[in-house]
Design a binder for this molecule. Structure first.
Ligand code: PEP
Length: 247
């Protein structure tokens, strides 16, 4: 039985003082051991939010990380910086990073490997554009993203990765994939994990759905066979997040 994982992606929102307020408010409602709950916060908010959630069941997550250990990479954050600050999860390959910051399957692959080396749990994102969906190539495209993003990772390690299926047309648009649409792709992701890494890995790996998850649609989405929780953007910044976690 896979444990559900519900992660909030705060994106580029909340100054450190605002982040402390939000984390204090949410902590009251979402500190549970029934699901893994993660706050993925902007880099500057990691330390203060970490202080707020210390001693709770809520885990700290980052929104990105670089694939080198240290050095002349101005503006980047290393895996050791994250682990030293108490971070357990890191979102990698979010579509916004692919779209605006030239992230590719190759850089995502390097980051996933580096995160695993440091004991961080990568939340690796994948998902098609509206154009790709309309062309009927969603499954092919997502299968390729999974194979390339996880290339060279052992079956033992691949199960430590969390995959977030996020159709780009559903992110921040209020347009959610239906539970059947989401399940179809999450099932296909589990199938490709089985083909490449074996049936045992396919059964163990956790796959989230992301894209306008809210208090109304969470229960139906999370009830699907291959959906093990959600990556939540907009609604993770509101009290509504409690209804998603406690769906
Ligand atoms: C996201 O940021 O990963 C996301 C799914 O955003 P939203 O829930 O706002 O669509």
């Amino acid at each position: 039985m896979r444990k559900k994982i519900i992660a909030g992606n705060w994106k580029m929102n909340k100054t450190p003082s605002e982040a402390v307020e939000l984390a204090k408010m949410l902590k009251e409602y979402v500190d549970t051991d029934k699901a893994d709950v993660v706050f993925c916060v902007p880099a500057i908010d990691i330390i203060p939010v970490g202080e707020v959630i210390k001693g709770s069941n809520i885990a700290l997550g980052a929104e990105n990380m670089y694939f080198e250990e240290s050095g002349a990479y101005t503006g980047e954050i290393s895996p050791a910086m994250l682990t030293d600050a108490g971070v357990k999860y890191v979102i990698l390959g979010h579509s916004e990073r692919r779209q605006y910051f030239a992230e590719t399957d190759e850089t995502v692959n390097k980051k996933v490997k580096k995160a695993l080396e440091h004991g961080l749990t990568p939340i690796m994102c994948c998902g098609e554009t509206l154009e790709q969906r309309e062309q009927g190539i969603t499954i092919d495209f997502v299968r390729t993203q999974i194979k390339r993003g996880l290339y060279g990772i052992s079956a033992e390690d691949v199960v430590k990765v969390v995959i977030a299926y996020e159709p780009i047309w559903a992110i921040g648009t209020g347009k959610t994939a239906t539970s059947d649409e989401a399940e179809e792709v999450c099932g296909a992701i589990r199938a490709v994990i089985g083909e490449v890494w074996g049936q045992d890995a396919a059964e163990k790996i956790r796959i989230q759905y992301g894209g306008s998850v809210n208090a109304k649609n969470a229960a139906e989405l999370f009830a699907m066979k291959d959906i093990d929780g959600g990556l939540v953007g907009g609604a993770s910044l509101k009290e509504e997040f409690k209804d998603i976690v406690n769906y």
